[in-house]
Write a protein that binds this ligand. Structure first.
Ligand SMILES: *Cc1c(COP(=O)(O)O)cnc(C)c1O
Length: 469
């Protein structure tokens, strides 16, 4: 173990002290040539292992920097990283209390706290591999609610229909595929200018399905859409769900932590009206991947839906039976993700997350007014949460950019160039037909200086690229 610790401490030093760009990743075919990744008959020395670790770190983008603005997480959550290491050291698995005792109790406390924030008073939950799995379990619970016999008999030709907005995460399609619903039976309901699902359109789609003899069973709202961070209206959709006895799920993978903030939680008002809820701890809470939960309002629902036969060898009916979280899960072996989340929550408290949200919301407002002041930028989407989607638009006398597609391509090029130059690492995304830079504010080390530099660089590259064509 001492050797492990030595390598670890040298690697961490390399990670922390290196003054490096956010990204220095060559294209895949080049990196393949640089690294020797072959596995062979014979083993190797620990020096060779350390060299491989060094390369691994060197070529990974530095997600801890304030300039990592590409994904829905950024920064280094120290208590959580420590928790992740200890988790590997103990290597518990989460099916039974016996093999993950403290991890189980920590997971239960986390689930209590998450349910309290969402407003599920009698709620339950289980930690899952991510928002994608949480959404899938949400849809599976909905299917079980509508037709419990499907668990044993399968669909038997029935057509079940699910409804999401046209801004939802792609995992909803994966769920419809995995659960045998069929992606054609996942209805993409139109969203308004703010990127929120239109309740009237939702109601109409449901009526259409009913008139075809189909069974509406699932409404999947999003709290914080992936591209622009929009929050679907819960109360209006809940009324529709109740009228037709349809399960209401909220995908809060990205936007749920807004519930920590007294000032901003109104964006996700009425979350308690849902039946199930997805929450990623590995996004804004910045716990090392993966850490997420699916929360359910109705106690016992997970076990009824997920548990099947064949587990007697594992789930013994002893005094710990109620603590065997494996019966609520579709997994057998499951990593103990609770420690890293619990440690980071314990370290900063509810108020730590609230402060982070409030700070980033203030930075967002500053950033938006900076963008609005520059004539070469245009905001492409309203920004309720921490996503800012904007684009560079060349001067109007530049005839090469008379249509949206040309401007879209230019903005993709701007993002790629910024990444190549090792500057802030942003990505592009399409919203309502137009491609722009998608800037994600997930790292509270970010300040207005950083934003100013990012916008300068964006503008500079945009001008250079558009004049060179
Ligand atoms: C990221 C995201 C997901 C997927 O979550 P994973 O943890 O990556 O599986 C689902 N929904 C939304 C809205 C997301 O932003």
């Amino acid at each position: 173990m001492q050797e492990n610790l030595d390598i670890l401490s040298r690697t961490v030093e390399q990670w922390v002290n290196q003054n490096r760009p956010v990204s220095q990743t060559p294209i895949a075919s080049e990196l393949e040539k640089i690294l020797d990744l072959s596995l062979g008959e014979d083993g190797c020395s620990s020096a060779e292992l350390e060299k491989a670790i060094h390369d691994y770190v060197h070529y990974s983008p530095d997600v801890s920097q304030a300039g990592f603005n590409k994904l829905l997480y950024s920064g280094a959550n120290k208590p959580a990283i420590l928790g992740d290491w200890i988790t590997s050291l103990c290597n518990a698995t989460m099916h039974t209390y016996q093999v993950g005792p403290v991890a189980t109790l920590m997971e239960l406390e986390l689930i209590n706290q998450w349910n309290r924030l969402v407003g599920f008073e009698q709620g339950e939950g289980v930690m899952v591999s991510g928002g994608s799995q949480a959404n899938m379990i949400g849809m599976m619970l909905a299917r079980h609610h509508a037709c419990p016999d499907i668990k044993a008999r399968g669909l038997e030709g029935r057509t079940l229909v699910a409804y999401v907005s046209d801004q939802c995460h792609y995992s909803q399609q994966r769920s419809a595929n995995v659960l045998g619903i069929g992606t054609d039976n996942l209805i993409s309901v139109k969203s308004d200018e703010q990127g929120r699902i239109c309740p009237e359109a939702l109601a109409e789609e449901i009526e259409t399905s009913i008139s075809k003899g189909h069974t509406p069973f699932y409404i999947g709202l999003t709290a914080g859409t992936t591209v622009i961070g929009a929050y679907d209206p819960v109360a209006a959709c809940s009324e529709i769900a109740r009228k037709h006895n349809i399960w209401l799920h909220i995908d809060g993978a990205w936007g749920a932590p807004i519930l920590f903030s007294e000032k901003h939680k109104h964006l996700l008002a009425d979350s308690h009206l849902a039946d199930s809820f997805a929450w990623d701890a590995h996004k804004l809470m910045n716990v090392p991947i993966t850490a997420a939960v699916v929360l359910v309002k109705h106690e016992g629902a997970l076990r009824q839906c997920c548990a099947g036969g064949g587990g007697e060898y594992l789930f013994h009916q002893d005094h710990n039976a109620n603590y065997n979280l494996g019966e609520r899960s579709i997994q057998c072996g499951r990593r103990a993700d609770s420690l890293k989340v619990w440690l980071s929550w314990k370290a900063i408290g509810h108020s730590g997350f609230a402060k982070k949200i409030d700070y980033l919301q203030a930075i967002k407002n500053e950033c938006i007014s900076m963008i609005q002041k520059r004539t070469s930028f245009e905001i492409l989407a309203p920004s309720a949460y921490l996503n800012i989607v904007f684009r560079f638009v060349p001067q109007s006398d530049n005839s090469n950019y008379s249509d949206d597609e040309a401007i879209s391509k230019l903005n993709m090029e701007i993002c790629k160039t910024m990444m190549r130059e090792g500057g802030p690492y942003v990505d592009y995304a399409r919203y309502k037909g137009k491609v722009g830079v998608r800037l994600i504010l997930a790292n509270d080390q970010i300040d207005s200086e950083h934003i100013k530099k990012l916008l300068n660089q964006c503008e500079c590259i945009g001008k250079e690229l558009s004049s060179n064509i």
